[in-house]
Design a protein around this ligand. Structure first.
Ligand code: SAM
Ligand code: SF4
Ligand code: SF4
Length: 371
């Protein structure tokens, strides 16, 4: 029988409550870490639950019926999320991405979006508010998300072939429903929409060229993601990763491509355009060409733990600060202190030095920390 897993085991003894430095630093204002990377983006996980069981994220063997997810009262409330987001925005965050787990499973998510959409950057601009989803509930939700103030969505889709997609999502979910969700989201004005495809050797690498062909010339920007060693459940192996260079080689053999400039510093995807002017694709090479040097993202887990790296072994419990009655100023000072102390560059170290490091480090599951 499968061992029961208690959510706290993800991070037990790791979620240290950050100390609040007293009047050491300015509680608001832009902050940069020890490698001069500014704090610009916040990813917020709204739930650790998901209606899919993707083989690379929440495989059924580890996330079966016996899996115990976080209890409702440990989740941050919408007010708590908004309070933390406001503090991060005062420190320079311009973009917030809602994720999970599957964020559209969080009840009344539109109310949260409505609250976040009211936040302004210190110079009075609106935030960029986006959400990553598996697309299963998108057709139903797209219009209400847009009406609440969401700017864009990113949709995950690993194959156009039903059998392959069903094998990868683990719950027999059909491709056609995700494609319908994409169309409805596009019509609702949630674009430009990016489509994320995680490529895993022997699972869906035969789908690289068909996916490229399908989305070429469409309003959707397809991005190929290298399969990453996040968490421990997926039993990641380096030889299951298709390097982005190989993805580009395979597509360019049929549809010539050329590399183009990033839209902005810190962008995770490398950009390539079709030479016949029919759009572009992106490649996210987290394994073979790590981009830690430009990483400006903080992550807030479902229960309010701040992680400064996707691969961090431990986080900092902001929920405890809030529920202990700390003031905005005290929490803000703690956040500034944590970001200024940040030195994370896991993927660069994995790529350049330590073979086998992916097994040596205790890691948090993607569905908990937020992808
Ligand atoms: N459930 C939503 C979804 O699938 O879009 C949001 C959460 S999911 C964890 C966020 C993104 O992480 C998805 O695009 C997913 O494909 C990607 N992802 C999950 N596990 C991954 C892995 N091991 N390597 C690379 N990408 C991964
Ligand atoms: Fe769910 Fe997204 Fe993870 Fe797939 S990648 S199991 S859809 S959280
Ligand atoms: Fe950022 Fe950590 Fe990923 Fe490097 S490994 S890009 S620091 S999240």
């Amino acid at each position: 029988m499968q061992e029961k897993l208690i959510p706290m085991a993800y991070h037990r003894q790791l979620n240290a409550v950050p100390t609040v430095p007293t009047a050491l630093e300015s509680p608001t204002g832009f902050v940069a870490d020890t490698l001069a990377r500014p704090l610009q983006e916040l990813r917020i996980s709204l739930t650790d639950r998901c209606n899919f069981r993707c083989v690379y994220c929440m495989p059924e063997e580890s996330f079966g019926k016996d899996r115990i997810f976080l209890p409702r009262n440990s989740l941050l409330s919408f007010e708590e999320i908004t309070r933390i987001a406001r503090i991060f925005v005062a420190h320079g965050v311009q973009k917030i991405r809602l994720t999970g787990g599957e964020p559209l499973l969080r009840k009344h998510i539109e109310n949260l979006i409505g609250l976040l959409a009211q936040l302004k950057t210190p110079d009075g601009r609106n935030l960029e508010l986006t959400l990553t989803t598996n697309g299963s509930l998108l057709a139903k939700k797209a219009q209400s998300l847009k009406d609440a103030g969401l700017n864009r969505v990113t949709v995950s889709l690993d194959s156009l072939d039903d059998a392959t997609f069903k094998r990868m999502n683990g719950v027999d979910f059909p491709v056609s429903d995700v494609l319908h969700g994409l169309d409805v989201a596009h019509a609702a004005g949630l674009g430009p929409i990016k489509v994320n495809m995680v490529v895993k050797v022997g699972m869906n690498d035969q789908e690289i060229v068909p996916m490229a062909r399908y989305f070429k010339g469409s309003p959707f920007i397809l991005r190929f993601i290298e399969y990453m060693d996040v968490g421990v459940s997926n039993n990641w192996k380096m030889d299951e990763v298709i390097p982005s260079s190989e993805v580009i080689r395979r597509i360019a053999a049929h549809m010539p491509l050329e590399e183009i400039e990033a839209n902005r510093k810190g962008e995770t995807a490398g950009r390539w355009r079709y030479q016949d002017d029919s759009g572009e694709i992106g490649v996210i090479s987290s394994v073979t060409q790590a981009f830690c040097h430009d990483c400006v993202r903080a992550r807030l887990s479902t229960e309010g733990i701040l992680y400064t790296c996707l691969f961090a072994a431990g986080g900092h419990d902001l929920r405890a600060l809030m529920r202990d009655g700390k003031t905005d100023q005290e929490i803000s000072t703690a956040v500034a202190h944590l970001w200024r102390s940040r030195a994370d560059r896991y993927s660069e170290l994995r790529s350049t030095t330590t073979k086998g490091m992916e097994r040596a480090v205790k890691k948090i599951e993607m569905s908990y920390i937020g992808g």
